[in-house]
Design a protein around this ligand. Structure first.
Ligand SMILES: [Fe+2]
Ligand SMILES: [Fe+2]
Length: 316
């Protein structure tokens, strides 16, 4: 078979226990090699191995694309319907994977209005899932970001920011779908101008720091004139590295100058950077934010973060 007979699919959409109705392939040295056959599922160790390989895309035969679409639709429908036979952990894995794929779609192709609207609709659903289902947040955060993926980080930041907004009683006052949406793609620039984002700033070279400190501004510039990005989403991209004392970047803005949605994104982002990129345990990460990084984020946010982590069994 020729390369043109295959289409790529995102690995993160293959979560859950549903059997696949199509063969999946990996590409090795330009050749498509059969990886998992029809009738199997991507549970457990198989998925873990794929993640460890940092494989983001797989392939299916073009003629089986409609079977893949059907599988995805069925998976999503089951994930969002609260049926007792389906464990919340499996549902959370599917929802996380779908939103991660939606974030990857936009970050790779920011000019696609269709991708933007799909992700926005998904963002609304993700916010509702977290607000309405008791174990949703805990289950979403229990999925480790093994390959330090920027899209997985986006979903995690969105999840934590939603938890914070709910804890702070803000969920009726702010557009939760836009909070989620902005968080999903806040680091869009890393997709285009790869900065060493998993390093601590103090370990970066001067050139690396310069590039890194440009990512919010360049990310926002990349999308702001396209016409369909919501202003709050652009603000989150631009301001997610700002701190309330003016020591952040790119502008060194103060708390009163920042969009409240960006403030939530910034707190959630600081926390998940410590956990997903620096490998800290939740307790250690929270302690770092409360003590070493004191004054960078609103104290009410940090107290709420502590409550969210405690209530969800992440901090014991
Ligand atoms: Fe960032
Ligand atoms: Fe980030």
């Amino acid at each position: 078979m020729d390369a043109k007979d295959f289409v790529s699919i995102r690995v993160s959409t293959l979560r859950g226990d549903l059997k696949i109705e199509f063969d999946t392939y990996v590409k090795v040295a330009g050749k498509h090699i059969l990886y998992l056959r029809k009738g199997d599922s991507f549970e457990g160790s198989r998925l873990k191995r794929l993640k460890e390989k940092k494989l983001r895309k797989m392939y299916i035969k073009a003629e089986e694309e409609s079977d893949y679409r059907k599988y995805m639709a069925q998976n999503i429908e089951m994930a969002y319907s609260n049926t007792p036979e389906r464990p919340i952990k499996t549902r959370a894995q599917i929802i996380q994977g779908v939103q991660q794929a939606a974030a990857e779609d936009i970050m790779e192709d920011p000019e696609s209005q269709a991708f933007y609207y799909v992700a926005k609709e998904g963002s609304q659903k993700l916010a509702q899932f977290i607000e309405n289902e008791k174990k949703a947040l805990e289950s979403l955060l229990s999925i480790p970001n093994q390959d330090q993926s920027i899209s997985h980080h986006g979903v995690t930041v969105a999840t934590i920011a939603t938890g914070l907004a709910t804890q702070l009683g803000l969920s009726e006052q702010i557009p939760m779908n836009l909070l989620v949406m902005g968080c999903l793609i806040h680091d869009i620039e890393h997709q285009h101008a790869p900065a060493p984002f998993t390093k601590k700033i103090t370990d970066m070279t001067t050139e690396e720091t310069a590039l890194y400190e440009l990512h919010p501004y360049n990310g926002a510039s990349r999308v702001k004139d396209l016409g369909f990005y919501d202003p709050s989403v652009i603000n989150i991209i631009l301001q997610h590295e700002e701190f309330i004392d003016g020591s952040g970047f790119p502008k060194g803005a103060l708390e009163q100058d920042l969009d409240p949605l960006s403030l939530l994104a910034s707190t959630a982002n600081s926390y998940d950077r410590l956990v997903s990129f620096y490998g800290m345990a939740p307790k250690e990460a929270l302690k770092t934010l409360l003590i070493e990084n004191m004054g960078l984020h609103p104290l009410t946010h940090l107290q709420s973060l502590q409550n969210v982590l405690k209530e969800n069994g992440i901090l014991t």
